[in-house]
Design a protein around this ligand. Structure first.
Ligand code: GTP
Length: 411
């Protein structure tokens, strides 16, 4: 746009100058022709009075050395040709009609694009004794103006070319940092890499904009780091809370809440994959006696030791939970057969029965186990838990320190 505006302005200026030059130069030539005509009129005035045609003709011949002269003619007041000189070999002109009758009394001029014609009265004292007609070509003047205009046009073309190159350079210099800034903004938006910074090349408006952009990036980076840290802390707190909510604080085993969720999950999985799984309900024997005789702390120590022992005999995939008090549950997923669960129940009972001493005193502790299988005894969590609970009570009735399977599994 700058270039277009510049070009249009230069072309308009050129057109104005060329036109002005043409009119000024033509005006000067007209003025010069009028002066010459007047001087010549004065020279031929006596010759007219004395009717000296040869002298007038010689005068005209001498005058004809002027360039651009096409015709010079002297007329009598009646309009007859007294003497004349004509450029080229054309036939001599007869009388030329004056453009104005007034030309006999005053100068008259007619100008076209091709030529000019001046009529000057020839006076002797105050009497008009003839009329001088001068006709000049404007071809030379036109050629001079055209040559000048062509040179000016060439100069203007060169100027426009230089301006174009200069504008491109300025534009590139001015726009390059903006383009770089735009690319960086796009990269940051895509990669979320707020650690990047834009280079500041100059201390101008673009430089200040780049600095503000960098400040904004810095703030976003700090804000993002804070947010990230906060999120991590919240995640950590959430995980801790989750662990606390799902863990028994005394034994460190998963608690009843966790057990309920896991039982549902394992049941769904075993049903889907057509696997055999079992649930063991474990209740410690004589635990009340431990508490009553040896105190609550000894009871807690027994709970912890029994938990440790049971955890050491179960398989890695089994899930041992403390349901509350002296009650525990063990989920046994992916069992090869029911006997595997029974063997494990026996191992678990044996592990608890190993002599347990707290503060030098042997604790009379044991474990009674109820076993229920899915899908054999039940397919939902509540029914399976009830079945294993029933089996445990049956084992208690049978004398404790033993295990029983749920009825439908066949004891
Ligand atoms: N030390 C301690 N005792 C608890 C805790 N929770 C429950 N108890 C006690 O555990 C005892 C459980 O008693 P029971 O299971 O009914 O009694 P038991 O002696 O085991 O009876 P049987 O199962 O028939 O052998 C109660 O005395 C509760 O007060 C605990 O976290 N710590």
């Amino acid at each position: 746009m700058n270039l277009q505006l510049l070009s249009v302005t230069m072309l308009l200026t050129f057109a104005l100058l060329a036109t002005a030059t043409w009119y000024v130069a033509r005006g000067r030539q007209v003025h010069a022709a009028q002066l010459s005509a007047q001087l010549l009129a004065n020279s031929v005035s006596p010759m007219m009075v004395f009717a000296d045609r040869p002298a007038a003709q010689i005068e005209l011949e001498a005058f004809s050395r002027r360039s651009d002269l096409l015709l010079v003619q002297v007329q009598t007041p009646a309009g007859a040709v007294f003497a004349q000189w004509q450029a080229g070999s054309g036939a001599p002109l007869s009388r030329i009609a004056p453009p104005l009758a007034a030309a006999r009394l005053a100068d008259a001029t007619s100008v076209t694009m091709q030529e000019l014609e001046v009529w000057a009265p020839i006076r002797l004292k105050d009497e008009v004794v003839g009329v001088l007609v001068l006709r000049e070509s404007l071809a030379g003047l036109r050629m001079a103006v055209l040559t000048l205009s062509a040179a000016a046009a060439a100069l203007i073309a060169v100027a426009i070319l230089i301006a174009w190159r200069g504008l491109l350079l300025v534009q590139r210099r001015a726009l390059a940092p903006l383009v770089e800034l735009s690319n960086l903004a796009e990269h940051i938006a895509r990669e979320r890499d707020y650690g990047k910074r834009a280079a500041v090349y100059r201390r101008d408006e673009v430089g200040r904009l780049t600095e503000r952009f960098n400040d904004m990036l810095k703030r976003i980076e700090v804000w993002q780091a804070d947010l990230h840290q906060q999120l991590e802390q919240e995640q950590e707190a959430g995980q801790q809370f989750q662990q606390l909510a799902h863990r028994d604080s005394l034994t460190g085993l998963p608690n009843r809440l966790f057990f309920q969720g896991e039982l549902q999950r394992y049941l769904a999985f075993s049903t889907e994959h057509d696997e055999l799984m079992a649930l063991m309900f474990i209740d410690l024997d004589n635990f009340k006696t431990v508490n009553d005789k040896h105190g609550h702390d000894a009871g807690d120590a027994v709970l912890c030791e029994v938990s440790r022992r049971m955890a050491s005999v179960v398989r890695s995939r089994d899930v041992l939970c403390r349901l509350g008090g002296d009650e525990f549950a063990l989920i046994l997923p992916a069992l090869p057969d029911q006997e595997a669960a029974e063997h494990l129940a026996q191992r678990l009972i044996d592990a608890v029965r190993v002599t347990l001493t707290i503060n030098g005193v042997v604790m009379p502790i044991g474990a009674t186990v109820g076993l229920a299988f899915a899908p054999v005894d039940a397919t939902d969590a509540t029914a399976l838990l009830n079945a294993s609970d029933q089996a445990m009570y049956e084992a208690k009735r049978a004398g404790k320190n033993t295990y029983r399977r749920a009825h439908s599994a066949g004891t």
